[in-house]
Design a protein around this ligand. Sequence first.
Ligand SMILES: Nc1ncnc2c1ncn2[C@@H]1O[C@H](COP(=O)(O)OP(=O)(O)O)[C@@H](O)[C@H]1O
Ligand SMILES: [Mg+2]
Length: 222
Amino acid sequence: MYQGDVVEEAPARTLFAEPRQDYTRKLLAAVPHLGHHSASEGLTSRAHQDEEVLVEANNLIIEYPGRLGTPAFKAVDRVSFTLSRGEVFGLVGESGSGKTTIGRAIAGLNRTTGGSLKVLGYEMLNLRERTFKPLRKDIGFVFQDPAASFNPQLSIGDCIAEPMVIHTKPSPAQARKRVGELLESVQLPSSYAGRYPHELSGGQRQRASLARALSLSPRGCS
Ligand SMILES: Nc1ncnc2c1ncn2[C@@H]1O[C@H](COP(=O)(O)OP(=O)(O)O)[C@@H](O)[C@H]1O
Ligand SMILES: [Mg+2]
């Protein structure tokens, strides 16, 4: 479908093997495949040239405290990896295996319990919020569930501008301009700034979430 209309209809095999419409061809060409047309294509060589390490985990342990005398739950048990500038790093595992816990710890949203996690050179074990706060603007975070990660009472424009308002304090005109650019960079009309989160489709909300994550030009994305 495109803008409310059915563009092409065919049995699945035919559609994937011989798409007839330009739009269908473009859609299928946009599907990433491991190794080619992938997000990391062209980036891996750059990552090797400039090995600035952004994230380094060493025997990382993350526990969630137990409730009412129950023991703590170890969600991450001695995990080690490094992530360099320009690199695309995929963490794969079944649900509940600890991926989100690690991602949130990198952004300073979860505390770590043991081992070491260095983010932009800063040790996250025994994180001190005051020391870490200046680094928050260098990290863009795309939350898993775009329906739950936007404040339903703020317009999309205000949601996207929120990190800027906290960290760089732009004038209202500057913020509006930047929000428009960010929306266009994720291929949403800039007029969507005035809509509320529930007025977007799930995929459009996830695009808006990408725009918010990019709003402060996080490190490694330039
Ligand atoms: N806030 C929490 N308190 C207690 N346990 C949690 C919490 N968040 C996640 N867990 C548990 O930690 C484990 C890892 O969760 P998570 O990192 O979200 O997994 P996933 O790999 O699916 O992203 C799961 O067993 C989950 O139930
Ligand atoms: Mg998860």
